[in-house]
Design a protein around this ligand. Structure first.
Ligand code: PBG
Length: 328
């Protein structure tokens, strides 16, 4: 587009004062757009900081409940729950223990804060299996897709019964959204939604998360069920399949290195698109901030603007409370 008239480029005239910039902005961050992940661990006495994620902690139930209260005060009202169990086995059965970390936290949050917080639960088995894979293994040491989904359904019903609002299966197993939808309906939870981790890439940026969730793998990787970073075209069918199976919203993950996928998702589906700014994205900014190499809070805010600008309606971010306070 050519610029009309003489003088500075039109964009510059519209950037001249703070009020002008505010008027014409396309993206305004708001704490209501943020989802804060929470790690709750069995048998933990005190919050334990995650070395690779400065400022992020594994929590016992009581301190996680306090953090929810602080986040609510800052305007952040959505939380994504991850549990770290005391016991792990081959199939991940502590994932569907009604007294496991996620159901206990969910009930405690409901007791302390009622219905105000929105609780999402990550549904997967990798935190609950002894080998760290996303479900039971077959005779070849490969995740058994349908057995994994059966486990996710059991987890989901237990979480729903404990007061969780939205179930977010992250294992990238085929049919996981349809399985959970059917399981919730059969258990009388027709009104609870499923958020599909629909476009989830096989990413090095999940590294710090595996420290946080203690879900590192004993062997192998997730290259066959998670998506290939060099292939964008798989995103569309993955997203459409999740919506077709009944997903009420979809997640794209990671977010900043995959803004093209976020934009594709926004153009592909008519449900909310949530970008997940993952652990490694957080850790990079935190590390550079510590070294004095970038202005961490500003870089974090800019990352979230970029993710929203690409088309995400909401963002899952470990920096939710910090950024919300900065916006206030
Ligand atoms: C699986 C799960 C992972 C993350 C969220 N859910 C790890 C994985 O797929 O290996 C990563 C989140 C992050 O890096 O912040 N339960």
């Amino acid at each position: 587009m050519s610029d009309a008239g003489s003088g500075p480029f039109r964009g510059r005239r519209l950037r001249r004062t703070p009020a002008l910039r505010r008027l014409v902005t396309e993206v305004r961050l708001h704490p209501a757009d943020f989802v804060l992940p929470l790690f709750v661990k069995d048998d933990l006495a005190e919050p334990a900081e995650i070395a690779s994620m400065p400022g992020v902690f594994q929590h016992p139930v009581d301190s996680a409940v306090r953090l929810v209260g602080e986040a609510l005060e800052a305007g952040v009202s959505a939380f994504l729950l991850f549990g770290i169990p005391a016991d792990k086995d081959e199939v991940g059965s502590s994932g569907w223990d009604p007294d496991g970390p996620v159901p206990r936290l969910s009930r405690a949050v409901r007791t302390a804060h009622g219905g105000e917080p929105l609780l999402l639960a990550d549904v997967c088995s990798c935190e609950y299996t002894s080998h760290g894979h996303c479900g039971p293994l077959d005779d070849h040491g490969v995740v058994d897709n349908d057995a994994a989904v059966a486990g996710y359904v059991r987890e989901s019903v237990v979480y729903a019964e404990a007061g969780v609002d939205l179930l977010a299966p992250s294992g990238m197993m085929d049919g996981q959204v349809a399985g959970i939808r059917a399981g919730l309906d059969a258990a009388g939870h027709r009104d609870l939604g499923v958020v599909g981790y629909a476009a989830k890439y096989h990413s090095s940026f999940y590294g710090p998360f595996r420290d946080a969730a203690e879900s590192g793998m004993a062997f192998g990787d997730r290259r066959t069920h998670q998506m290939d970073p060099a292939v964008a075209r798989d995103a569309r069918p993955e997203l459409l399949a999740d919506v077709d199976e009944g997903a009420d919203a979809v997640i794209v993950k990671p977010a900043l290195p995959y803004l093209d996928v976020v934009a594709r998702a926004r153009a592909t589906v008519d449900v909310p698109v949530i970008g997940y700014q993952v652990s490694g994205e957080y850790a990079m900014v935190a590390a550079a901030d510590r070294a004095g190499w970038v202005d961490g809070p500003a870089a974090m805010e800019e990352s979230l603007v970029a993710i929203r600008r690409a088309g995400a309606d909401a963002v899952i971010t470990y920096a939710a409370v910090d950024v919300a306070r900065r916006l206030a």
